[in-house]
Design a protein around this ligand. Structure first.
Ligand code: CUA
Length: 359
């Protein structure tokens, strides 16, 4: 009976593992399907260290088994003492040199890659007009949302990072409240976002792999930061250079507009009274970052998620506005929107969904 129970337990554990691990390997989310130079190097390092560790496990187990089988005390041979090898120079050199070689094989590529990932020298390269050649994004992590600022283009956006493929994108990373960590599993990372210093790194988004992922990668907060840490997601739209340039042009020229639809117009009024003190609706946001208390909503109607986690439709949007605490416990938007009537909520949602910068 007991044995059967144990078997069932094992079976359950393995089925759970299968279920959990079946989530791995998705091209938009997994470190096991690297989609850029950094992720590929990190993956290669993982494979290298796994191979070496498996080799060590097999070698040690083999030696152990040989010792147990060959040198066990045998019937009629109880008095026999096998040849003693204590102090053997050959053996001691062998088991010192092999680990040193293995460590070198691990250390050299790891250290080399670490320095390569941290090399952001080219970030400051200027062209002959004195403009920066590289694309730089300032990442700012907040409880529980992400801001992406393109300082050279004077464009601010929230929750969805947009990048060109097949070129290095440089990130300057920090946090405005507590420590978070910036991580795009399929493309690389992770890097701590701190409150007292700016960390820098670069990533490259492979164009072919981006296509496999429908040009949309998932980003995560990788540092336990509060009750909604696991919900602190962002999305990355990795676009071919021409499409990215078009997007950037649209963002740069986007202006606040009065919507034609009277419902959306009414929503805009409600927005101005209730939301505009924290949220902005133009990508150009001249306020200092301390004043940018909530995600920029300029292209809200074009996003793939509401609040980073909910499906992008009016119903979920209204659910979110009605009770943000229910969906992201501890978030800063909590608690001021309860007084809106159903009609006002409808109007507000219509307005927010109409916020688009691309035609
Ligand atoms: Cu932010 Cu975890």
């Amino acid at each position: 009976m007991k044995a059967r129970l144990a078997k069932w337990r094992l079976f359950t554990i393995f089925s759970m593992l299968t279920l959990v691990l079946s989530g791995c390997g998705e091209p938009f989310l997994s470190t096991l399907t690297p989609a850029g130079e950094v992720a590929q190097s990190q993956y290669d390092l993982m494979v290298l260290s796994t191979v070496i560790m498996v080799f060590v496990i097999i070698a040690v187990t083999a030696v152990y088994l040989i010792a147990v089988v060959k040198f066990r005390r045998k019937k009629g041979d109880e008095k026999k003492i096998p040849k003693q090898v204590e102090g053997s120079h050959v053996l001691e050199i062998v088991w010192t040199v092999i680990p040193i070689i293995l460590l070198l094989v691990l250390a050299v590529p790891t250290v080399t890659a670490t320095f390569k990932f941290a090399d952001v020298q080219d970030m400051e390269k200027k062209n002959k007009d004195g403009e920066r050649e590289a694309l730089v994004v300032n990442v700012r992590a907040n409880l529980y949302w992400w801001e992406f600022e393109y300082p050279d283009q004077k464009v601010v956006t929230g929750q969805e990072l947009v990048v060109p493929t097949d070129q290095k994108v440089y990130f300057q990373i920090k946090a405005s409240d507590v420590k978070h960590s910036f991580w795009i599993p399929a493309v690389g990372g992770k890097m701590d976002t701190n409150t007292d210093n700016v960390n820098k790194m670069w990533l490259e988004f492979d164009d072919e792999k981006a296509k496999d992922a429908d040009n949309l990668f998932y980003g995560k907060c990788a540092e336990l930061c509060g009750p909604s840490h696991a919900l602190m997601d962002f999305k990355v739209r990795a676009l071919p250079k021409a499409e990215f340039d078009q997007w950037m042009e649209d963002m740069k020229t986007a202006k606040e507009e009065t919507p034609a639809d009277p419902e959306a117009q009414a929503g805009q009024e409600i927005f101005k009274q209730n939301c505009l003190s924290c949220h902005a609706v133009t990508p150009e946001d001249a306020r200092p970052e301390q004043a940018r208390l909530a995600p920029n909503l300029a292209n809200f109607g074009e996003r793939t998620r509401v609040a980073g986690i909910l499906d992008h439709n009016e119903d979920e949007l209204k659910n979110w506005i009605k009770d943000p605490e229910k969906y992201k416990p501890g978030n800063k938007m909590t608690g001021t929107y309860g007084e809106l009537s159903d009609q006002e909520l409808d109007q507000l949602a219509t307005y927010l969904m109409s916020l688009k910068v691309q035609d």
